[in-house]
Design a protein around this ligand. Structure first.
Ligand code: TYM
Length: 335
């Protein structure tokens, strides 16, 4: 097994990233068998597809690396690095741009959402973003990619690119990477709008619980989360149209390791005046220790940067042979 996944460095990590992806990364790292590899990276090249303040990008990259370590990524067992330090990603991306089709990229919902009505003004990188994402996993011959639900389409594209490349050039270079989507928390939604995903780019800080938030902030955000006046029902089906309520139950279930149905058995008939404080206590108990470790790690940012440099060296040794094989397959003379 070669497990690979990444996170874009565009802001603080939040509960959606944690429940949708990071927690699964840690579990996979902990279950690693001899001969398997886990590679996790900060997608700083992807961050360039939207406008970035250079100082902020540099600081965010270190802070996110520290957050991953605080959440349980162990740099002795998993390879942790930032994408920019491994130039093979961008080089393979260029080779794969000859394989990816405009029509495929035009269908990407993230492109449509992020570019909105202003396609002419969007960066070229925002459009070709999924090709870099394909290169990110294919350059390591990844077999499994743990991601949240929202990344499924990008992973399907990576599989299409791998298949076309192998076929066009008559090679069996790239295995088809398998997306692994957490069953417990497929999608965590905004605390302000139960139909929008919790996101780093939401302008409202109240829409997300950041992993750096202190206990008071976590409790306040849950207390102020949008809900409805009805008590909780007995089944999840009855929450189909109550998006905000459904989201809070999903979060409670994910944090407590129980099923949403089980949570409703306990809270059915109770209103949010009872449910929200219970959820706030649970979230603080779960996220508090991660935040405390994170704050300690941020006291020594140079040490965090050392972890990234060490990881990049290992990652390059795995990526270089794949890049070379892809270049040879397409006929590039690279020595
Ligand atoms: P990003 O940075 O938006 O999110 C990182 C991971 O967190 C998951 N996630 C969520 N899961 C549940 N609920 C949410 N509200 C939520 N928000 C985010 C994402 O699914 C993801 O797993 N393009 C990717 C980064 C990337 C990548 C890759 C991922 C670049 N190259 C290669 C995998 C493999 C992204 O922007 O994720």
């Amino acid at each position: 097994m070669r497990i690979v996944s990444g996170i874009q460095t565009t802001g603080n990590l939040h509960l959606g990233n944690y429940l949708g992806a990071i927690r699964q990364w840690v579990a996979m790292q902990d279950a690693l068998q001899p001969g398997d590899d886990c590679l996790f990276f900060l997608a700083d090249l992807h961050a360039l597809t939207v406008t970035q303040d250079p100082g902020e990008l540099a600081a965010t990259t270190i802070e996110m690396a520290a957050t991953l370590i605080a959440a349980g990524i162990d740099t002795d067992r998993a390879i942790l690095f930032n994408q920019a330090r491994v130039p093979e990603h961008a080089e393979l991306c260029w080779v794969l741009q000859g394989t990816a089709r405009m029509g495929w990229l035009n269908r990407m919902t993230q492109w449509k959402d992020k570019a909105g009505k202003n396609r002419e003004g969007a960066s070229v990188g925002l459009f070709t973003y999924p090709v870099l994402q394909a290169a990110d996993v294919l350059v390591y011959l990844a077999t499994h990619v743990p991601v949240g639900e929202d990344q499924k389409q990008h992973l399907e594209l990576a599989r299409d690119i791998a298949t076309k490349f192998n076929t066009d050039f008559g090679v069996e270079l790239f295995p088809l990477p398998e997306p692994l989507i957490s069953a417990e928390a497929p999608r965590i939604m905004s605390l302000r709008d139960g139909q929008a995903k919790m996101s780093k780019s939401d302008p409202s800080d109240m829409s997300r619980i950041a992993l750096i938030d202190d206990d008071d902030a976590i409790a306040a955000k849950i207390r102020k989360a949008r809900t409805d006046p009805e008590p909780l029902p007995e089944t999840m089906d009855a929450l189909a149209d109550r998006h905000e309520a459904r989201n809070l139950v999903t979060i409670y279930a994910a944090l407590s390791g129980r099923t949403p149905a089980d949570v409703l058995t306990e809270f059915a008939g109770q209103g949010f005046g009872r449910f929200k404080p219970a959820l706030a206590d649970l979230a603080v108990a779960h996220l508090g220790p991660i935040r405390d470790r994170l704050n300690r790690l941020l006291d020594d940012r140079a040490e965090v940067a050392c972890h990234l440099a060490k990881g990049a060296e290992k990652a390059r040794s795995l990526a270089a042979p794949t890049l070379r094989a892809a270049q040879q397959a397409v006929g590039l003379q690279v020595g």
